[in-house]
Structures are given as structure tokens and as C-alpha cells.
Design a protein around this ligand. Structure first.
Ligand code: ASP
Length: 307
């Protein structure tokens, strides 16, 4: 039981400490703590890493504070198109959904894609049809409405600008994710997002793409990313950490440092990632001012936002 560990994130970005009122900070910290504890409880009861990451991400999807599930940003058409992925390190099985609407917990749908579809990635209308068939919980558009996200959209509505989730003076990625190591030594990762405000043409980011925003392999590590999705896709960021460990023998910390601080910045890849290796080491790293994050391992619980 000693080595069970879990880490989560609720997005990274250029965060302005003065914009974070004590009430807002307490709300974020409370939500992060609730999510990481939910996931940890699964592991502590002897549950699988895949169940732990799904449980933790569901809590974050249900919170309007983050850009995933309830609280997902608006597209150019005023809808919510969500992306999610889940992967288990023991056999490299993975499931993902892209551009899905009205699904309460996209991560749960991604899990069903992994287990029941015979495929890895379903998108748009097809993913919705599959969701319907699997009887996953659906919600009407109203459920996904959030005034802050709506106001963010109004600022760019009608233009061709695609924006990150932001509040005045801030530029943040509100994607959520989790990585976990269970008592059997298996790793898993999950990521869920509403993508970018005012996105068009069914734009899909890195989050649902295996190897870009999400990756897990028992041989090395589990990774969930947040940041400018286009850059993370081009860098194949999550898999690159795995590759540096597998082929170069680097430690988790060094592999994450190279990807986050050397490979992503030249591609305008602002953001960060949470990473966990098979020994239970956790690395939470980012190349911007902050990342909403939490972890529980043998040393206890830590919740943090800024560096
Ligand atoms: N990576 C996400 C995307 O590009 C955004 C985020 O991390 O908030 O869709």
C-alpha cells in the first residue's frame, strides 16, 4: 500500500495572484482537495489506478470552476464541445472522445470507448450516438451554462480569435487531469477539457490524443497535460516524456523538465503537466506562472496553485 500515489491538475497558465480573492482561492483549493481525495480513496481501498483517475476527473468535471464538463468554455457557435481521454499503463489500452456535446462526464464516456467500442477515439455525432447507446448520463445545454464562460465568449464572439480560458489579466488553461499508481503497481492517466473559447470547425486539442495530452505506460510513467493544445500535439508531449525515460533511461523529473522547459517553449507551448512514475515519484511542472494542482502520496496531501 506504501507506494500508492495520485496527482491531479485543474489547468495551468499566466495566473495573476491579485485576481485570486481569498474566497476564490479557497473554492479552487477545496475542489482540488475533494478530487484528489476521491481518487486516493479508490487506491486506498485497493482499487485500480484507472478507477482512481476516472473518479478524480469526474469530481473536477462536475465543478464549474474548471474548463471540463460543467464549466466547459463556449465554442464559436455558443455550444460546448468537450474532449477527454483515459489510458491504462498495464496493457496500453486507451479510450477517448472528441467534440462531444451534452455528455455530463466525458471521461466516463472515454472509459466506455476503451472497454466497449473496440476503438480508441470517437468524435462528434458518432461519439454522442455511442454515449446514448451506453446510457451515459446526458445533460441539456443549460447544465453547461456558466456566466463567467459566457462573458469570456462575448469578448471574442463574432471574431476569428480563439482564446484560452481566461479572466481579466489572466490567460489560463482550465483543463483537468489525473495520474495514479495503484497497489498492484499499475499506472493510469486521464484528461478532460472544453478546449478553447470561440473554437471553430470542431477544433480538437491535445487532451484526447493518446501520446499528446494523455499517456500511461507501466514501464515508465503516467502523464496528463494542460496548455496550448496545438503545441502539445506537435511536441507529442506526453509520449515524449515516456520515450526519454524508456530509450534514454532518464528519471521522471529530468524527462519532464526537458519536455516542459526545452521542447515546448519554442513551439509556443505554454502550460504544464502532471507526471507519476512506477516507483510513486510525482512531478508537477509548468513553464507559466501557475498550475492548479494537488497530490497525495506517502508524504501526505499537498494542494498548490502558484510556484
Ligand atoms: N490543452 C487544452 C486544449 O488545447 C487546453 C487546456 O489545457 O486548457 O484543448
Amino acid at each position: 500500500m506504501e507506494k500508492i500515489a495520485i496527482a491531479i491538475h485543474g489547468g495551468a497558465g499566466t495566473l495573476d495572484p491579485s485576481a485570486l480573492t481569498p474566497e476564490k482561492e479557497a473554492a479552487y483549493r477545496g475542489a482540488l482537495s475533494a478530487a484528489v481525495r476521491r481518487g486516493h480513496a479508490v487506491l486506498a481501498a485497493g482499487g485500480a489506478a484507472i478507477d482512481a483517475v476516472e473518479a478524480a476527473v469526474r469530481v473536477l468535471e462536475d465543478s464549474p470552476l474548471f474548463n471540463a464538463g460543467k464549466g466547459a468554455v463556449f465554442t464559436a457557435e455558443g455550444t460546448h464541445e468537450m474532449d477527454a481521454a483515459i489510458m491504462q499503463g498495464s496493457d496500453l489500452r486507451a479510450g477517448a472522445v472528441a467534440s462531444v456535446q451534452n455528455v455530463k462526464n466525458p471521461v466516463a464516456l472515454a472509459r466506455l470507448v476503451m472497454e466497449k467500442s473496440g476503438h480508441v477515439l470517437l468524435s462528434g455525432r458518432g461519439a454522442f450516438e455511442f454515449a446514448h447507446k451506453q446510457k451515459v448520463e446526458l445533460e441539456d445545454d443549460e447544465y453547461f451554462f456558466d456566466q463567467l464562460r459566457y462573458d469570456q465568449w462575448q469578448e471574442v464572439r463574432g471574431s476569428t480569435e480563439t482564446r484560452l480560458d481566461h479572466s481579466t489579466g489572466e490567460k489560463k488553461f482550465g483543463t483537468v487531469g489525473a495520474v495514479a499508481l495503484d497497489a498492484q503497481g499499475h499506472l493510469a492517466a486521464a484528461t478532460s477539457t472544453g478546449g478553447m473559447t470561440n473554437k471553430r470547425w470542431q477544433r480538437i486539442g491535445d487532451s484526447p490524443v493518446v501520446g499528446a495530452g494523455t499517456y500511461a505506460n507501466d514501464a515508465t510513467c503516467a502523464i496528463s497535460c494542460t496548455g496550448n493544445g496545438e503545441a502539445f500535439l506537435r511536441a507529442v508531449a506526453a509520449h515524449d516524456v515516456h520515450a526519454l525515460m524508456a530509450y534514454k533511461g532518464l528519471s521522471l523529473e529530468e524527462a519532464v523538465r526537458i519536455v516542459v522547459h526545452e521542447k515546448l517553449p519554442p513551439l509556443d507551448g505554454e502550460g504544464g503537466m502532471i507526471a507519476l512514475d512506477k516507483h510513486g515519484n510525482i512531478v508537477l511542472d509548468f513553464n507559466c506562472t501557475g498550475m492548479y494542482r494537488a497530490r497525495i502520496d506517502r508524504r501526505g496531501e499537498v494542494v498548490a496553485i502558484f510556484r
